[in-house]
Design a binder for this molecule. Sequence first.
Ligand SMILES: [Fe+2]
Length: 252
Amino acid sequence: MFSILKKIGLLKPQAHQQSQATLPTIQVDMHSHLLPAIDDGSKSIEESLQLIQCLVQLGYRKLITTPHIMSDFYKNTPEIIDTKLKELQKALQDQQIAVEIEAAAEYYFDEWFIRQVRNGDKLLTFGDNYLLFETNFYNKPAQLFEVIFDLQSQGYKPVFAHPERYIYLQSDFKILEKIAERGVFLQLNLNSLSGYYDKPAQDFAEKMLDRKFVHFVGSDCHSSRHIEALKRTQTKKSFAKLAEFELLNNTL
Ligand SMILES: [Fe+2]
C-alpha cells in the first residue's frame, strides 16, 4: 500500500514551523462533528459556524464532517445528515465563510451497522469511497475481520478511526498489525499526540508514528475544547514527525 501512497505528492508540515499557530499543510480534515444538534458535537448552528471559523484560521480549506451513526444513541440517516449539511452550507454562505464542507459519517461497529453492510445498503463515504468506522473502546468486535472483508468486497475502503484510543489495541499491537495487513486505512486523532485523551492513547499514537501506521489524521473536533487542544498539539515534536508521512488528507 505504501508504494501507492508514495506516488501521491502532498504538502508536508515543516518541523521548524511547529511553533506557528497554523496547520498550513494539513488542509483537509476528514473527521469531525460539526453538523448542529445531530450527535455529541456542535449543539447549534452558531457553534458550528464558530468552530468552522477556528478551523479555517488553523489552515483548513476543506472539512469533511462525520456525524456519529450509532443505533443506541444517534440514529442518523443519510437523509438527516444531508439536510443538516445543506442548512450549514447556507449559513456559511450567508456569513461569507470561505470553506468547502462535505459530510460522510463515523459508523459505530454495532449490529445496525453490520446489518446495513450485509444488506448492501448504501453507506456514506468520502473521497475515493473511504468509509470511516469506530468500534467499542474495550473489546474487539467478534465480527471485525468478516465485516471488513464484506466492506472491501463491496468496493468500500474502510478507515479505522483513532486506533490509538482503543484499550484492546493498546494491550495487543498485533491486532492493529493484522488490521493494517488487511488494507484498512488508519486515522490518527491529532490531539492524541498532545495527550488530550490520556497517556496510553498518546503512547500508542507515538508507536503508530514509529511504525508508520498512519494514513489520515483527523481533528475529531466536537467543541472548542478540541480547537484549543489542536493549538497545543501543533507545538509538539510528535506533531512535527508527521512531516515524514505521506498523508492522504490533502488528496481529498
Ligand atoms: Fe469522532
